[in-house]
Design a protein. Structure first.
Length: 134
């Protein structure tokens, strides 16, 4: 879908440039495809973020998407958090309360995705703690 892809690329660009107001504006659009694309772009931008880039705005954007009215937007947010947690480069501890709240979602995929995200996050924290000891 054109709207999805355009929003995805814009959001990815905004994450790289740390333009959180623009990300927020895209997430507030009424078009579901724009919100889905934005959420996907934020997750991709986080995956590609360079060291030292402030990603707190992107984490907040994904948290916001977790509570979107549309299940497809929420699913994209969970998938994004799952990829980020598995990579282990970015601290998502500020999002743990939002992820825990998402466990109440009626969708089976959402609950399973949140559980996988929290497990991956716990594993990455454990790995990082072991690296520090060495």
């Amino acid at each position: 879908d054109v709207k999805f892809n355009a929003a995805r690329e814009l959001a990815c660009h905004y994450v790289e440039k740390e333009e959180w107001a623009n990300v927020q504006a895209l997430l507030e659009r009424s078009d579901i495809e724009v919100r889905r694309g934005t959420t996907s772009g934020v997750a991709s931008g986080l995956e590609r973020a360079a060291e030292g880039v402030d990603v707190s705005g992107a984490i907040r954007a994904l948290e916001q998407a977790l509570s979107d009215e549309d299940e497809r937007v929420r699913s994209v947010a969970v998938a994004g958090f799952e990829r980020i947690a598995a990579a282990g480069r970015i601290d998502i501890s500020s999002a743990v309360p939002a992820l825990a709240a998402a466990l109440a979602d009626e969708g089976k995929y959402m609950r399973e995705g949140v559980l996988r995200t929290l497990q991956a996050y716990a594993l990455s924290r454990k790995r990082n703690a072991m690296k520090k000891r060495m």
